[in-house]
Design a protein around this ligand. Structure first.
Ligand SMILES: Cc1cc2nc3c(=O)[nH]c(=O)nc-3n(C[C@H](O)[C@H](O)[C@H](O)COP(=O)(O)OP(=O)(O)OC[C@H]3O[C@@H](n4cnc5c(N)ncnc54)[C@H](O)[C@@H]3O)c2cc1C
Length: 318
């Protein structure tokens, strides 16, 4: 690669990340209203501020289907469908543009990554902070069928209502399918309360009988109902850090996860038989790790009268 100053940089691969900027010269010269970010402002009929001039595609700023807030529309599917819709509108169909979600998918070698709607970064930039996130790693199909691999799924939703703000998916297969399902759920105005009820086609090579978005829904509802409380280590007081029971429930032979250190280790499989080892007079902080173990340990201890929270360290998002 040769830089503008003549410098040569040897490389085997070059990834160009340029961002997007609206080509708005024509619109600006026509006196059409532009948003601060330079995109052409349109209404729900895709009409600009100048009579009889309409705009579609990457150049426009439309509204988010999720929040109703202004958002640039910068992907191919919205651009194409806006073109179809505008032709219908101009020929008299009583239709409106409902808004942009933003659903993308990309292949990175053997991995697929997909993003639906808002990320935490774009949500904060839009001034929305009262959200909850979850991260789950279900299998992409039945675990007993060959080549099952973990999907990595992050969901962002409203703390009070369960409204779905967005999700991100990374995995080897079935990523686009789950992202598409989430997009359909958002389009239909479903919340996390609906995800456990969604029915997906199941057969071992393709899915699990409680499939990925069902699992996402169960975990989201646990968060909303505070069945499992998760705290950040950085939010604990000095006294809580010094007096709390920090319990590691990993099974023998499993590696530690994260930098938090336990002062008590009882594998989940022994927990019911070893309750006498765990003091009941102070909170028990179960060290976070991916999977079901912290949740199962929480329910066992809560059922036995313990005050339990799961604790995350800084590098785990806490
Ligand atoms: C390398 C690359 C890969 C992409 N891959 C994907 C993908 O996989 N999935 C996805 O969803 N999106 C993808 N996109 C984005 C996608 O291409 C755009 O969202 C989509 O093309 C937008 O459509 P549009 O009609 O708004 O703009 P465009 O497709 O850019 O069309 C605008 C047209 O207007 C013409 N034009 C501009 N100014 C004038 C003028 N003054 N007079 C006359 N004509 C003019 C341009 O020449 C152009 O032909 C990709 C973009 C790039 C660059």
């Amino acid at each position: 690669m040769v830089l503008a100053d003549g410098q040569h940089l040897p490389t085997d691969m070059l990834i160009v990340v340029t961002g997007v900027r609206p080509n708005n010269e024509l619109a600006a010269s026509a006196g059409i209203k532009l948003a601060a970010n330079g995109h052409v402002v349109v209404d729900d009929h895709l009409a600009t501020s100048v009579e009889n001039i309409y705009a579609i595609g990457d150049v426009i700023e439309t509204t988010s289907l999720i929040t109703g807030l202004p958002t640039p529309s910068v992907l191919s599917s919205p651009a194409n469908r806006q073109g179809h819709l505008l032709a219908d509108i101009l020929t008299g169909a009583p239709l409106t543009y409902n808004g942009f979600i933003g659903v993308s998918v990309v292949k990175i070698f053997d991995l697929t990554a997909s993003c639906v709607g808002y990320t935490e970064q774009t949500l904060k930039a839009a001034g929305i902070t009262d959200y909850e996130t979850l991260f789950v790693t279900p299998f992409d199909h039945a675990f007993f069928y060959p080549n099952a691999q973990r999907l990595n799924i992050k969901l962002i939703f409203d703390k009070a209502t369960g409204k779905i703000y967005g999700g991100q998916f990374v995995g080897h297969s079935g990523v686009d399918k789950r992202a598409a399902e989430l997009s359909v759920a958002i389009t239909g105005g479903l919340t996390v309360h609906d995800l456990p009820s969604m029915e997906f086609p199941y057969s071992p090579p393709y899915a699990a009988s409680r499939d990925a978005l069902n699992i996402v829904g169960y975990v989201a509802l646990n968060k909303l109902n505070q069945t499992e409380t998760v705290v950040n280590y950085s939010d604990l007081t000095q006294e809580e850090r010094e007096t709390g029971i920090f319990l590691d429930v990993r099974e023998a032979g499993k590696p530690a996860y994260g930098t938090l250190r336990a002062n008590l280790h009882v594998p989940l499989s022994e927990l019911r038989d070893r309750l006498a080892d765990i003091p009941k007079d102070r909170p028990v902080y179960i060290l976070y790790r991916p999977g079901l173990a912290p949740y199962n340990a929480t329910t066992i201890l809560m059922g036995n009268g313990y005050q339990v929270v799961v604790v995350k360290s800084a590098e785990q998002g806490g």
